[in-house]
Design a protein. Structure first.
Length: 369
């Protein structure tokens, strides 16, 4: 959609039409102010059902040995720290807009089967026999990217030995737009405020504990999650099925090669404790569209110098967030008493330094200081 005003002709290969679930989507994202602004530029944000979007006014973070940190939107000069909403809410609206976009052809259902890259073009053969030829192939197909693999771009994967357990709950007490996060001996637990007095949780737990949480009866699971969050919002009632996904750090050798560009999780996978993966993907898309849309009509969009311009502009933010979240995960995963003292002291010290704290908020919100 960000290339809707360009001279480029675009094909989108998608396995299936996105749909809204009957109830609440299990997949919940924290959309940063920068991502919300990008979606507004595309004309998407205004068409979303804002009754299902919740602004985060405050975030409370708790360590495992007395450390705490509080971020407030007002203190940092922001109207909100993030917006919490369902993945399908945005996905479906993007799809409806793409169906009307003059320079886009949708191949759906479509599953790629083979990729061939030459000096002049990249060719993708679909499973049904159709063949597409283009100057550039963009891999926006997730952390197990088919495009990345077929293009021969290597990726170093570090499993965390953890699962992200997700579910939505109705809570007895109002959350008042507050997000909570606990770093505990049982992993990192986040509560994200949803509309209608609900919260979505992401519990990054060791594989054994995750299996235990998934196997609990509903009532016991609700009680376990409420207790892990110190009963801050009273009793919990489960309103969506539980789900879990394996957590891993993934670093690619490069985000680009001849006639190939990677965006989102295909280019970089991070630990979910920062809640920033979706926002990295949106900013990848924004920058790549700026680079491609700014080319004169005679310029080849698949040329390596063009793609390296995109890669340079998107090198810093994913790198910093990958290493910051990886470091925090390892630091809080250590049972060493010295590590515990350091991490909680660091959390308290950060809370006492408004300049540092506000800089962290601005970077999370906008991808820059």
């Amino acid at each position: 959609m960000a290339l809707r005003r360009s001279h480029l002709k675009i094909a989108l290969v998608e396995q299936g039409v996105p749909r809204r679930p009957g109830g609440w989507d299990q997949r919940i994202y924290a959309y940063s102010p920068a991502s919300a602004a990008f979606l507004a530029e595309l004309g998407v944000w205004a068409h979303l059902d804002h009754a299902r979007l919740t602004p985060v006014a405050e975030m409370l973070i708790h360590g495992d040995a007395g450390g705490s940190l509080r971020f407030e939107a007002y203190e940092s000069g922001l109207s909100e720290l993030a917006w919490i909403g369902e993945s399908s809410l945005v996905h479906v609206e993007l799809w409806e807009s793409l169906k009307r976009q003059h320079n886009v052809t949708l191949f759906c259902p479509g599953v790629p089967a083979a990729l061939d890259v030459t000096d002049g073009a990249a060719t993708v053969r679909l499973q049904d026999g159709r063949t597409l030829s283009a100057a550039l192939v963009v891999g926006a197909d997730g952390r197990d990217s088919w495009v990345r693999r077929e293009a021969g771009i290597g990726a170093a994967v570090t499993p965390y030995g953890e699962m992200g357990v997700v579910a939505n709950f109705r809570c007895a007490l109002p959350h008042r737009g507050t997000a909570f996060q606990w770093f505990t001996q049982e992993g990192v637990l986040a509560w994200l405020p949803l509309a209608d007095g609900m919260v979505s949780i992401v519990w990054s737990a060791a594989d054994a504990l995750a299996g235990e949480l998934l196997a609990l009866p509903d009532a016991d699971f609700c009680a376990r999650v409420a207790a892990a969050g110190e009963h801050r919002l009273g009793r919990f009632e489960l309103v969506s099925p539980r789900a879990a996904f394996p957590l891993r750090l993934m670093r690619t050798e490069t985000a680009v090669s001849a006639r190939i560009a990677l965006v989102g999780d295909a280019a970089h996978a991070i630990h979910p404790l920062s809640g920033h993966g979706i926002n990295l993907g949106f900013q990848d898309a924004r920058v790549l569209a700026e680079v491609l849309g700014g080319l004169p009509a005679w310029r080849d969009p698949g040329e390596l110098p063009v793609l390296r311009s995109y890669a340079r502009r998107r090198a810093e933010e994913p790198f910093l967030l990958q290493y910051a979240t990886h470091g925090l995960s390892r630091l809080f995963g250590s049972a060493n008493p010295l590590a515990a003292a350091l991490r909680n002291a660091g959390m308290n010290l950060t809370g006492q330094l408004p300049v540092v704290k506000n800089a962290l908020v601005r970077y999370a919100a906008n991808g820059r200081l």
